[in-house]
Design a protein around this ligand. Structure first.
Ligand code: SF4
Length: 88
């Protein structure tokens, strides 16, 4: 199965209205609710990777908002660079 198929087949968000997963950036309660849906999702890691790979700019995916995914991606890139530098 492809990642998007796993997400649509097993993701917790298939059980909620799609709008729940796309809260406004200022809507802290809405963001918290979306994160609760993701919290125990069995495909959370796959979903997060897929969202970062495809540069999803809206919605909570893998338990993270777009801003959190950007920060996480930058952190991974920094760690990757520092690991490569150490091995040179
Ligand atoms: S992690 Fe969240 S957005 Fe991703 S499939 Fe699971 S419930 Fe849906």
């Amino acid at each position: 199965m492809q990642p998007h198929e796993l997400i649509s087949e097993y993701g917790n968000c298939r059980e909620v209205d799609v709008g729940v997963m796309y809260p406004n950036g200022e809507d802290t309660k809405g963001i918290a609710l979306a994160k609760m849906v993701c919290a125990d999702c069995v495909v959370k890691e796959i979903c997060l990777q897929q969202a970062m790979f495809s540069n999803e700019t809206i919605g909570v995916w893998g338990g993270m908002t777009p801003k959190e995914r950007d920060n996480y991606k930058r952190k991974l890139q920094r760690n990757g660079k520092s690991k490569r530098t150490r091995t040179l």
